[in-house]
Design a protein around this ligand. Structure first.
Ligand SMILES: [Zn+2]
Length: 280
């Protein structure tokens, strides 16, 4: 089932003995004010206090990427079209400032005082369910309650328009209870972990016939796949993200409640990323 804008930051209480036994690191954080809509501030541990180990995420089935290595670029006209788009994207990309309640900072320490790498190393694909305007409206609206706060870094409309809604350096609230390849970051000792601290979230506008919670719809446009490939190739190069770290919300979600992006055509992405030389 897909619920519109249900891609929240972690909100399930963490009920684990390890969280209770985490000791001084947790106590140090407990006194830190929780800023509405933001992630907890990183706190240095007192001298001599060793960081407690963060709880590990539950087991997931292994992620098997549908993408494959491809070094030939047979489709020259496709390559030409995409490289033109690549050149024009910086000037054509629309940027929208969203409300600060809907995103946070990437935090270089977890809730237990351990250093974590905040370089984006994972791309999570989503769909908007409703139109792109509706998504932008949600992100620009102030949401005082944690469970309403949501954002992605980038939206791609049916017409191929690319809208950057959040700087990749910031932390989007795109997935709640989630993990990838045995990693999540627990940045609040009272909540479960999430991939948000190291993820880039990108959402495709859903076609009209997908504005429901059905299992599938008519899919995304060629213009969307063109723009998606250009953005992904850019992120892969910029952050050294390997192709098997492009995944879906359906996969990273540990609550088995998300199914997006539905009706995604990996072969349409494969041919375009290959044309851009991003899969070699
Ligand atoms: Zn999603």
């Amino acid at each position: 089932m897909v619920r519109p804008f249900s891609d929240l930051k972690p909100s399930r209480p963490l009920i684990r003995p390890t969280a209770v036994a985490a000791g001084a690191a947790v106590l140090a954080l407990a006194v830190v004010a929780w800023h509405q809509g933001r992630e907890p501030l990183p706190v240095p541990l007192p001298a001599g206090v060793q960081p407690a180990k963060a709880p590990a995420p539950p087991q997931q089935t292994a992620w098997v990427t549908p993408l494959r290595k491809q070094c030939d670029r047979p489709d020259q006209s496709l390559r030409q079209r995409l490289t033109t788009l690549q050149r024009n994207l910086p000037s054509q990309m629309r940027r929208v400032s969203i409300d600060p309640s809907n995103y946070g900072e990437r935090t270089p320490r977890d809730a237990y005082g351990n250093s974590v790498d905040i370089t984006p190393s994972l791309v999570v694909l989503h769909e908007t369910v409703y139109g792109i305007g509706s998504a932008i409206n949600t992100f620009t609206t102030h949401h005082p309650h944690d469970h309403d706060q949501v954002s992605y870094h980038l939206l791609i409309g049916e017409d191929g328009q690319v809208v950057e809604t959040l700087d990749p350096a910031k932390r989007a609230f795109g997935a709640g209870y989630s993990a990838f390849k045995g990693r999540w970051d627990v940045t609040n000792p009272n909540m479960d972990g999430s991939v948000n601290n190291f993820a880039l979230h990108l959402s495709l506008e859903t076609p009209l016939d997908g504005e429901d919670d059905g299992p599938r719809h008519s899919g995304y446009t060629g213009l969307q796949y063109d723009a998606l490939a250009v953005v992904l190739a850019n992120w892969m190069r910029r952050y050294r993200i390997p192709m098997d770290h492009i995944t879906t919300h359906r996969y990273v979600d540990l609550g088995a409640a998300r199914a997006d992006p539905r009706s995604f055509d990996w072969s349409a992405l494969q041919v375009r990323l290959a044309a851009l030389g991003a899969l070699c």
